[in-house]
Design a protein around this ligand. Sequence first.
Ligand code: ADP
Ligand code: MG
Length: 330
Amino acid sequence: DILVNQIAAGEVVERPASVVKELVENAIDAGARRVDIDLEEGGARLIRIRDDGGGIPADELALAVSRHATSKIASLDDLEGVATLGFRGEALPSIASVSRFTLVSRPGDAQHAMALEVDGGRVAEPAPRPHPPGTTVEVRDLFFNVPARRKFLKAERTELGHIEEWLRQLALARPDIELRVSHNGKPSRRWKGEVDILEQSGLFDARLQETLGEGFASQALRVEHEAAGLRLHGWIAKPNYSRASADQQYLYVNGRAVRDRSVAHAVKQAYADVLFHGRQPAYVLFLSVDPRRVDVNVHPAKHEVRFRDGRLIHDFVYRTLHQALAETRA
Ligand code: ADP
Ligand code: MG
């Protein structure tokens, strides 16, 4: 059902950045410590994601590119407390239906890798191929067979900008993972990874600097508060760093980067009420909520969440930040 996959692709695959997101999240779900991202022409010509994760057994390769064959969810109950980033099992089939797609994978204990090619949704026979343990997914000529979509891809720099913005979001949330990016054959970004979880907070500081720059890192106020089953931690910039635009506002709910108007409002309001009226606060905030109190399944691209008790969460964020900011004035 190539057509069904192409229709699903309409939801999952907005642009090259959505492909990068789905593939990198798969790499992370597979336990990767390092992910290499090679791009050409803003991703429109090539997106190649290579990881050192657990790989896919040869006899599951074909399953991985067929609809709803996810290995990550065994029952409907799982949907509630889902811990992995992907769980719908439709990203690979969707992407493969609108590109020239190759999946090469080798589990750690396999003698060699197997490669599976899918051309605009048509799946070929898997064949052996040399590859280190882990997985490489290659997506060429995105939307080559959907001219109406291809036409709407923006300039190379715009598409690259969307990819880099998403990678920044990820890099902030996952300082333990090394990310290397190249564009048109040249290395363009690198985030060094660290594995020492004990150093987690030092790591976050380093990555904050790597990602948002010295200015933010040196002006950031550390926030850490837990109450009523909610936890908020991260950084909010002190007033001398406040910005005119909203380009440094990162919110994560249970590790996923999301946009949420209510939480964004709570932050802005706390900022404004303490003293810095009208200006945009810069922040990187991680909110942890019991997964049963939040629905991440609102949109397949998962930029949005729905809280069961949104008011309570708004007030928790507001009060936490209000207090932290007020202390800096004292
Ligand atoms: P989902 O992530 O929602 O399960 P996807 O279509 O993104 O669905 O991926 C399908 C399946 O392919 C995954 O459930 C996983 O078993 C396998 N898979 C995809 N990418 C990788 C990867 N990089 N490493 C290991 N397994 C992968
Ligand atoms: Mg996935």
